[in-house]
Design a protein around this ligand. Structure first.
Ligand SMILES: NC(=O)c1ccc[n+]([C@@H]2O[C@H](COP(=O)([O-])OP(=O)(O)OC[C@H]3O[C@@H](n4cnc5c(N)ncnc54)[C@H](O)[C@@H]3O)[C@@H](O)[C@H]2O)c1
Length: 321
């Protein structure tokens, strides 16, 4: 009889499928975390990894985070995520081939997984998926979709920030306060532009993103810079016991998924008196908006009102602490 290992972590996902695409020869995967609340939704990430096992770890963690995100946002969907592992040069032909391969994989789920864009993919890629599967969100607007979700995501981050600022500073007005944004990409830039009067300092590994419009700090300094607010808007896994020890801010709110490296970091943040809004709450604007428009048929303004409700969600969350 097999030895019983106490404390073995339970497998909590419903399904993980990894495939080598017949057109591209590349690896793509879907992790379906949960369909308990409804069909699972989540983005399709296209990224290079050192090892395929790193991609598997990523897709499992991201899909679990999507379940939490839908739950916190009151969306009747479960969480999933997919990853296309970039292991060779992506010519336009190869990109198309791997997206079609990925569409085949999405179809294996029979509608239990519906994909949107994520890091490395955008509305044009969703259009390619749509050639073979109906289960793709965020097509370009001229093709009847809602396009990039960066705008609503940034709007949701700003809503979360208002609630966190009121809780911490007694006012939602961040004029004159220093805000460091790590990751000056599509969401980071919109958040920066949504903070008039604040002393905004941005940071990005891509030097070409540097403009004279905002202050600039080197990426390795972003998590040590003294400021009022830190906005993680680049990658996940940025809040570890080590980085939290060095933080010199009062509030952390940002869109990056899976910001904590491990369980227990949340308690460290609390011990240090730092108000952290969980990323599955702060980053939900995109999915809330997309589903409101594409599934529920809401108009733009109504969908944005649903995104703005993140402010009340964060207010309730912080009031409980
Ligand atoms: N776009 C959305 O709707 C959405 C929704 C939910 C969550 N998110 C998450 O928010 C984050 C930002 O999304 P985005 O759409 O702006 O992505 P993006 O790719 O447009 O921007 C990310 C930026 O971060 C930079 N970057 C990468 N690694 C970095 C590092 N170590 N330090 C500093 N900068 C770094 C990149 O150069 C890029 O400019 C991602 O983690 C994404 O998963 C985005």
């Amino acid at each position: 009889m097999a030895e019983v290992r106490e404390g073995t972590q339970m497998w909590e996902h419903e399904r993980l499928v990894v495939r080598t695409g017949r057109r591209s020869g590349m690896t793509t995967m879907v992790a379906l975390h949960s369909t308990q609340a409804g069909p699972a939704v989540g983005g399709c990430r296209m990224k290079a990894y050192d090892q395929v096992t790193d991609a598997v770890t990523d897709v499992l963690r991201l899909s679990r985070a999507m379940t939490r995100k839908c739950e916190a946002a009151g969306i009747p969907h479960g969480g999933a995520k997919s990853v296309i592992v970039v292991d060779r040069e992506l010519t336009p032909e190869r990109r198309r081939a791997v997206l079609l391969d990925h569409a085949d994989l999405i179809n294996e789920f029979g509608g239990a997984y519906r994909a949107g864009p994520d890091v490395g993919t955008g509305p044009d890629d969703m259009l390619v998926l749509k050639e073979l599967t109906p289960h793709a969100y965020c097509l370009p607007e001229e093709h009847g979709g809602t396009g990039s979700s960066s705008g609503p995501t940034a709007r949701g981050v700003l809503a979360a920030l208002r609630a966190a600022a009121r809780h911490t500073f007694g006012t939602e007005d961040l004029a004159g306060r220093k805000v460091v944004i790590s990751g000056f990409g599509s969401v980071g830039e919109l958040v920066a532009r949504g903070l008039p009067g604040a002393d905004v300092v941005v940071s990005d590994v891509d030097q070409s993103r540097r403009t004279g419009e905002f202050g600039w700090v080197a990426p390795e300094e972003a998590y040590r810079t003294k400021a009022d607010v830190l906005v993680p808007a680049a990658v996940g896994g940025v809040l570890s016991p080590e980085t939290v020890r060095e933080l010199d801010v009062r509030v952390v709110v940002g869109p990056a998924n899976n910001q904590l490296t491990e369980d227990g970091v949340e308690a460290l943040l609390e011990e240090r008196g730092i108000v952290w809004v969980p990323d599955h709450v702060a980053s939900a604007g995109g999915v809330i908006y997309t589903l409101a428009r594409e599934d529920d048929g809401d108009d733009h303004e109504t969908a944005l009102t649903r995104v703005d409700a993140i402010e009340a969600t964060v207010r309730r969350l912080l009031a409980r602490q």
